[in-house]
Design a protein around this ligand. Structure first.
Ligand SMILES: CC(C)(COP(=O)(O)OP(=O)(O)OC[C@H]1O[C@@H](n2cnc3c(N)ncnc32)[C@H](O)[C@@H]1OP(=O)(O)O)[C@@H](O)C(=O)NCCC(=O)NCCS
Length: 169
């Protein structure tokens, strides 16, 4: 049975959100620990989110409006055409929050979007594939910090789709 949709708003991340964003990231990775090799301590992650992710990337958050108004329940970070981070707090997963954030990213990047995920992260892979992402490169993990095989996904944006369609006319 499908759970009730979450009630939330999406907005750009602000500097003051950094610690709440870090807690969402840490909790989501811990909740999906079997798909995420751990190479950093929680404090290292908090430092990296505060000093790099929030100030340097295009951050978005979902903020709950009920039953916990103001709580940050999900985070997303874009860097150019890359979707670098997408994490929904465990209690809020499967209720349409990730779907709304990903739809926003796709609208914000009409030329297309790419992302890396671990090959073992089958729920995330299903989630992206159901929304039009296609695997374009598989690696043995030698180039990522976790040394875990990963996969590059690409979603051709509307502009690319239009160009492809144009070629057939
Ligand atoms: C992967 C992840 C980002 C997806 O976000 P989410 O909020 O859980 O996903 P959604 O609820 O939007 O969609 C998941 C499923 O719930 C279903 N769903 C349930 N209730 C829903 C609702 N009210 N509205 C829309 N979809 C709903 C969707 O149909 C979807 O099914 P599908 O994948 O078969 O299409 C999130 O689960 C997560 O953070 N996982 C752990 C960390 C992770 O793996 N991050 C990705 C790293 S690359």
């Amino acid at each position: 049975m499908r759970m009730r949709s979450a009630r939330f708003v999406i907005r750009r991340a602000r500097a003051g959100d950094a610690s709440a964003i870090a807690e969402v990231y840490i909790a989501a990775r811990r909740g999906a620990a079997r798909y995420f090799p751990t190479v950093h301590s929680d404090d290292e992650i908090r430092g990296w989110i505060t000093s790099h992710v929030v100030p340097n990337l295009e951050g978005w958050v979902a903020e709950g409006t009920e039953p916990d108004p103001g709580a940050i329940i999900a985070m997303m970070a874009l860097d150019g055409a890359m979707l670098e981070q997408l994490y929904v707090a465990p209690a809020w997963q499967g209720r349409g929050v990730g779907n709304r954030l990903l739809a926003l990213a796709m609208r914000e990047r009409p030329a297309g979007l790419r992302l890396w995920t671990f090959q073992a992260n089958t729920p995330a892979r299903r989630f992206y594939e159901a929304r039009g992402f296609r695997a374009v490169e598989f690696t043995d993990g030698a180039r990522n910090e976790e040394r875990a095989p990963d996969v590059l996904y690409e979603c051709k944006g509307k502009e690319e789709t239009i160009k492809t369609i144009d070629r057939f006319h």
